[in-house]
Design a protein around this ligand. Sequence first.
Ligand code: GRG
Length: 317
Amino acid sequence: MGREKHERIPVSLKEAANEPLQQRLTECRGNVESALDRLLPREDEPPAVLHRAMRYAVFAGGKRLRPFLVLESCRAVGGNVELAMPAACAVEVLHTHSLVHDDLPCMDNDDLRRGKPTCHKVFGEGMAVLCGDALLSLAFEILAVRLPETGLDAPTALRCTETLTQAAGSRWLAGGQAMDITEQTTNYTDRSPETVLRIHERKTVALMQACCAIGGLIGRTDDGQIRRLREYGYWLGLAFQITDDILDQTGDGKSLGKTVGKDAQQKKLTYPMVFGLERSRCLASEAAQSAVRALDSFDGVAELLCALALSLPERQS
Ligand code: GRG
């Protein structure tokens, strides 16, 4: 009502859309980091070393893409973005948990994350395991306690919690990591497109879909819109992870803030391994365009979500 119908962003105009996108991403990062600062235990609260580790991992940097998806999905359905801030923080805290555990010697054994030494390199392995555990627990505490405090109704807050719980569990995020590890130990005997897709859907896509759905839920939209946001999240997450695979081969470690070339070294099943680099680039771009198409019926109010999707295959960090 009273909102002009905007043209959908044509792919060729994606650069033009980048400035507002960059502005909103910067604004989102600032707001989310201030909110995270209020939600995380203080560094001097005992046990101080654990709280220092949690803050180190959360504030080491990071694009804050998942909170952006929560907030922008809420905005796109006309919701009150302020009500979505605790959920935006919860998904970032859960994501950081997964990074801390992913970097452990028993998993990917990485020394560098977000341009800094990984949590276990600074605090030791035992403390990094506990830091990850405490972050996972904090993510759900934020949803259970802080989200209802905004005045959001209890059934909606519960649906948000259910959405994140499912996305994180053994069928999705944790399950994707399990498949990833299994592929490495079996020396990637199965190099099929179906298998790499199954892993990516779990390891990366599911959480991004959950972020979009949670934003829509807090915006109190209908099931049809939630379905469209989920579909957008699916294609966006796929474009993101295919590009991540490509950047691990072709990217610059300094911009990425992590060691490159690890996928090949650890014999990970990736898109470039299955499809080659050129085809992978096309698939990332097609996935980004499918994300935009999923939001066709939003009539321009989801411009920045579309711009984000189109920017992903070009990303360097
Ligand atoms: C959540 C119960 C539970 C278990 C987690 C360790 C683990 C199980 C999963 C690891 C999943 C993982 C690290 C997937 C990779 C996804 C990915 C490409 C992360 C990098 O995301 P960016 O680039 O990172 O958005 P920043 O640092 O910008 O936030």
